[in-house]
Design a protein around this ligand. Sequence first.
Ligand code: ZN
Length: 688
Amino acid sequence: MVLNRWNDDEAKKFMDAAGDDPADRELALRVYTSRLIGGDQNLVLHGGGNTSCKLERPDIFGEAERVLHVKGSGWDLGVIEAAGLPGVRLEPLLKLRALNALSDEDMVNLQRANLLDSTSPNPSVETLLHAFLPHKYVDHTHASAMLALADLPNVEAVVQEIFGARLVCVPFIMPGFELAKVAAEVYEANPNVEGLILINHGHFAFGDSARESYDRLIAHTNAVEAWLEKTGGLVPAEATGRSEEMEARAAGILPMLRGIIGERNAEFTGNRDCPMPVMNLRTGANVQEFLARDDLATLSRRGVATPDHVIRTKNYPLFLTQEIMAGGREAVARAVDDYIAEYTEYFTTNNARLGGIKTMLMPTPNLAWIEGVGVVGISANGKAASAASDLAAQNMNVMTNGEACGGFHPVSPEQLFDMEYWSLEQAKLGKGKPPAMQGRVVMITGGGGAIGLATAEAFAALGANIFIVDLEQNALNAALETLGAGHSGIAMDITVEGAAGMAMDACIRAFGGLDILVSNAGAAWTGEMAALPDETLRKSFELNFFAHQSFAKAAANLFAAQGRGGQILFNVSKQAVNPGKGFGAYGIPKAATMFLLRQLALELGPMGVRVNGINADRIRSGLLDEGFVAERAKARGVDEATYMAGNLLRREVEAKHVGDAFVALALSERTTAHVMTVDGGNIEAALR
Ligand SMILES: [Zn+2]
């Protein structure tokens, strides 16, 4: 059941915050119920809904004019503000109804030309539908229950059964001018309805107040849920929870699949260095229940519950059975190639129907149903992969309900194609050159420390998905909070046996694989060699050498499973080449790590894995804390600032400079076996 979350006090708060202008106060209520709707995953997912209201505002000459405020492209309903509901002059929109046809370009241009604020985002692609309905408030969603209803073969009879004359159906037409006209005609023939069911698409509710429209939206949705429950007796499981058993199998398939898709994407784009996709695995209760069905092969070729999912999930998922996976890489690659062939055929046939005007998008899957493993979103970046998984989870719910209550029969392949290749839909995904590290999964050990976090931030700023490994749970949490959504991590002692494998598996569960390992974690033990207990040196070797080796080894094996190269970056140290008195326990394993770097570069080069490192010095961090800086400065008889800037450039070297250097090495495509200094210049520590 969807809760009605209207609250008079909350509503009043929104109005009061908007000031005295009556139109602004009404718009504030529009913002309020839009957030109520957008904040409920049962109603709206990933931009899949829109809302509007019609107001009067004075124009520049003080004359009253009617204005439609409608959701702007790029805004999320759950957190929308007034600026996310741009105002469009209503009269010019209404005049359009007289036309027989209107191109998308003209429609978008006319909507933009009539914005009250020319800097507003583009109004929703469903703007005209909102405009042509006479109601003051209009709400549109693609709620799961509504989609199960809208995709039933006998949807009209069921709508009649549930709602009598309160709701009426509109036949499937792609969003845009034609749908808006037909929906308005259907409404005008049934002027007493409270809303519309758009067949194969979704639901509209409307009313004369924000509350009336919202109340109807919730009531309609619950009425449909009740009918589904009564008819099919099926309440699909929640999307929450996870299966450790399924997750444990992910490492056996995801990196391989990621590598295969990456290879096909590289072939398709003609760019050998094309990034592999990022993957988002779901193993929640709903996924377990759904993947246990025996009709998955048929269901996987039915299509998506509402057409605007197609730009994120494509028309069909890749369906991998246990049988296919038992055949190893070759069989999985064949399944991907079959998918590509099927998609290419779908494109070619439909493009011919449109006169050959479209260019094929990447033909690899955006979604996989993997038996025994889960559902996997596959996209250019983590955010898009997660959105694809969310929609997949919703589609499972819709399919389950639909199949139990008469059948899941969404739009045809032709209609899916028209939607997928509609320029206004593709525009939702955004254009422009992707950031340099988009799609790259970067694991950083010691990622909660000063240098690790600065490195994580430098990679994240270029679009990478970060996986932090840190000894301290608190440091990990703080780092992930600093980085924001879309990153992941694990707290562990990396010197424990098996730690590297566990970290790799966790990274696979989060993103499907790995592109770059930044082996950064380290700590200093001090004492002059003649007096140093062996135990201290061994401890230092565990962290400052063996952990580097075990993580590099695990990363190299993961890279091999993907088969698309990779990178290992070491945080070495100036100590590796220029010993400091009393720092032997630190410098000696670091010197071994520097040799390891060269050894790995030599051995992994042929499989396209680059191995480089940084020699940094005198950076404020866990190794060189405030007390230590003060002590060293005093020992040298200088103030702290002079001590920290004791290099050729006479400038302090900060953690962010090390982060930027790691990124520079990562971007340097023909560099391997290289150690870069980040020390402000130190002739004694210069390598060559
Ligand atoms: Zn819609």
